[in-house]
Design a protein around this ligand. Sequence first.
Ligand SMILES: Nc1nc2c(ncn2[C@@H]2O[C@H](COP(=O)(O)OP(=O)(O)O)[C@@H](O)[C@H]2O)c(=O)[nH]1
Ligand SMILES: [Mg+2]
Ligand SMILES: [Zn+2]
Length: 473
Amino acid sequence: MSRPVDLPPTVDCPYCLARIDTSRARSVIRDIATQEVKGDVTDVVRQHGLIGVAPYNRGNTYLECTRRVRLDPTSATGYGAGLLDEPTTVVVGGSGDGEPTTAFTGGIDFDDPDDEPTGSPLSLDDDVDGEDDGDGWESSTGTQPRPVLPTQTDENELPDPHYLPYEYCQIRRTLNIGLIGTTRSGKSHLLAAMLYRLREEERRLARLGVHVEPFAEMWEHYMQREDIAGFLAPDRRTALRRTNRTDPVEFRMAYTVTSTWNGEPTDCVVSFFDVAGELFLDAKARRRLQFIYGLDAYIFVADSQALYGWDGKRRGLLHRSGFDEVINQILQNERHMAHATKQRRETFLPKPAVVVLAKADLLLAQNEYWTSRWLERDDDFELETVDEESEDVYVYCATNGAREWLKPVSAFEDATLHFTSATGCEERDGHYNKRKFRHMRVLRPLLALFAMTGIIDPKTINHAYVPGVRDPR
Ligand SMILES: Nc1nc2c(ncn2[C@@H]2O[C@H](COP(=O)(O)OP(=O)(O)O)[C@@H](O)[C@H]2O)c(=O)[nH]1
Ligand SMILES: [Mg+2]
Ligand SMILES: [Zn+2]
């Protein structure tokens, strides 16, 4: 079978994190409103690519991700599958006869008893029946259909098949960003605010030589999950619903970012993954760990609420951030890779990271000079002061018992540090005060990351481009 002329041999599915064989996958037209499949264009795109589809349907063309077309998901990152010391990864099939190799990816039954069983159709699969019986729909035997919940549908369930925008699959350059932090650290609120502001700031982004475009249907799914729409609506400002995490890595949203500062416009798919730090301590959840090694950049979300001792006494952290575990795993993987490929190991991880002190409005309420000096500025786009801010945040953490948050600085080749607030105020009974509500400096860490990865000119923050971001295939 031939693959579509304008797609690479494989594409990584951001939803189930598996690698898709494009010569096996169907291409279909879907109705945006009903999400129904209206037609099959597999043959025509195999011959002519997306050009073969009527222009008005090109934006509605999708690649179907279904069990049949998935390859070994452990290699989804393009990083050394098989080199990892993960004894829990069970590989089945793949005997070289053209059968897909499928790795065990499910069966994680970690449960936060605190959390409501809510989620979204895009979050990853888990054991709905609580049994550790593996992953029904991803098993290569294909004989066990997933157990169906009798009453309400499980929002956490990833539908099979699910659909990737064809245009998403065409863009070779990708930047996968992981938000790392414990549950309740503020990842979801920060990301929602960031993505919203990214859409709103077209003009100022253009001045930095970037144009951003969300994938329409992904944005709609994203808005539905955890009721992000309610959080972003000025007349509602409701808190995000809490989700039941069973998987350390979840796809959230992707944008096409066109970068023009360097001459020729280049397109890059920037995808955001939510990484629940504490799940790395959970042996079962750790099966999915490989995915984070392949991320291109990291946003470490430190929970300002975890700082205690406001009365001038020496401070400390109420709970750990989990950054250590995650970074140690990434370093360990890097050592394995260097060993396996007989290359000298770099001193630093050759990737960029940002450390974000989320919920910094809480520090502001405590009359914290170091915080107010920065947080009250509307300086998302004044990137020349990024280093100055980083130094202040560094000193702030070091002198307030939060050295643990600084680990990324010593581990990654380049890192910046920021004070941010996604809400500007505290939640009360599921709502934010509409007058006090504001996103404070949420775009700044992302723009710093864009500069370190070359999506915007690294010189805007007076840094050099950090190599190590994956090459296009
Ligand atoms: N004061 C304040 N609270 C926040 C902010 N962002 C999130 N929170 C609160 O922190 C809690 C956890 O946030 P969430 O984004 O769901 O954390 P996640 O589990 O890491 O995704 C919620 O109760 C939010 O109301 C913020 O910027 N300021
Ligand atoms: Mg969350
Ligand atoms: Zn998939």
